[in-house]
Design a protein around this ligand. Sequence first.
Ligand code: C5P
Length: 238
Amino acid sequence: PRTAVVIPAAGRGVRLGPGAPKALRALNGTPMLIHAVRAMAASRAVSLVVVVAPSDGAAEVKNLLDAHALPDRTDYVVVPGGETRQESVHLGLKAVPDDITTVLVHDAARPLVPVDTVDAVIEAVRDGAVAVVPALPVADTVKEVEPAERPGGPEQVVATPVRARLRAVQTPQGFDRETLVNAHATVALIGDGATDDAGMVEKLGAPVVVVPGHEEAFKVTRPLDLVLAEAVLARRRA
Ligand code: C5P
């Protein structure tokens, strides 16, 4: 059974500060997106990687993939993305051929996820789960807040969920293809702000299972994350 990965890489990465779209920023001289593509293609199960590029940057991203050494047992396709992550994933899914039954969705912003995590997600889908998320316990206590009554005013805490039951979820998230396609079709109709794909499957009422995540699968979001990512790469080379 063949596995495809959709990599949404169309975000601008505003929180990272000014510069190129986040996925195209360099880590150790290589664009974050290339690290992410390599991390997916490192799994022998992955036969297709669909990269969702900024809508005005598909040609540039295609050139980038062509310019870097990638495993040749995998096919690479680039499609233009949308306004939101959800829309970008939806556009990427359309490029996955019908005969593929397992689809992963992986953020370009998680360039360093180890192959063992990728394989664990794929294996859980092949074992029968329709949706799989890699996740870690949270270190911080997390509070739910009410938005401030006036701009700049203080937020008010409304709840403190039990920390031991919370998980920080990562990518790649893995899916039975039909389940994910249905979720995207349904959620696109009702229109909401899902921040991950498994969340859309949950809305359909389908079960989502957890496999262990990995600390190196962290998301590069803020400037400090770039420092951490380069340190991880340096440690791997040592
Ligand atoms: O903004 P956030 O960190 O949640 O983005 C997660 C991933 O979604 C990133 O890899 C980003 O490039 C991608 N994205 C996208 N299309 C958008 C917005 C975000 O592909 N319109």
